[in-house]
Design a protein around this ligand. Sequence first.
Ligand SMILES: [Zn+2]
Length: 253
Amino acid sequence: MLSTKSKEALGPLFPIANKLRLAFLKLKYAGNKVLCPCCDSSYSEFAPFGNDRRQNAWCPNCESLERHRLLWMYFENKTDLYKRPLKVLHIAPETIFFNHFRKQSNIEYYPVDIFPNLYPKGTLHFDLLNHNVPDNSYDVIICNHVFQYIEEDRKAMKNIYNLMKPGGWGIMQVPINTKTLTTHEDASITDPLEREKIFGLKEHVRYYSYDYADRLRESGLVVKVDDYTAEFTDEDIFKYGFFKGDAVYYCSK
Ligand SMILES: [Zn+2]
């Protein structure tokens, strides 16, 4: 999971280089102080990740990051995802969940994206803003790190509400700017470098803040901002490599 820039620079050598890098990191971080819930591997700590090389972030075995490990445990402990027959729509499917969900016998799994080629093989084409899937089609909708790319995010949220069955639920994570209180968006900012500086990535059109839940609620979704990490001790937050205070946006209809 190197940056896109590194992947482009390495071209076809990327998978080999990444495998070697992971093998090196497994040796470097050999130990038993942290435990990855996604793959049950132990290390002295998780490897650093990102441009800021944040510590205790990246699992050298399954390549999970903090948010993947948190949701992994959330799905298991706080939802009925593995407990009854469910029709699941997964937009922009994370590889680690894609591989896991499609093996579950209770899940009728629909991994989709508007750019399916960027996602694991088997992901289907689907435009959240322009589709003809009937309302009330899915028990569960997972849509993580998507809305910050979409100019018409309110329409996307409303469409998710419509697609969800009454009694259904979903997880809708986005990057949250914890240094402000309100979402920052400005349609006049279109230069990719400026967007990167202001919104976090070249393709992002806004930077959400704590009012994100209110925007989700405008769609009709009932939103619970669940500070799941508050249920863990500091030792366990380190052990599982979570971000302390990383809230889960649990939405229901
Ligand atoms: Zn792992």
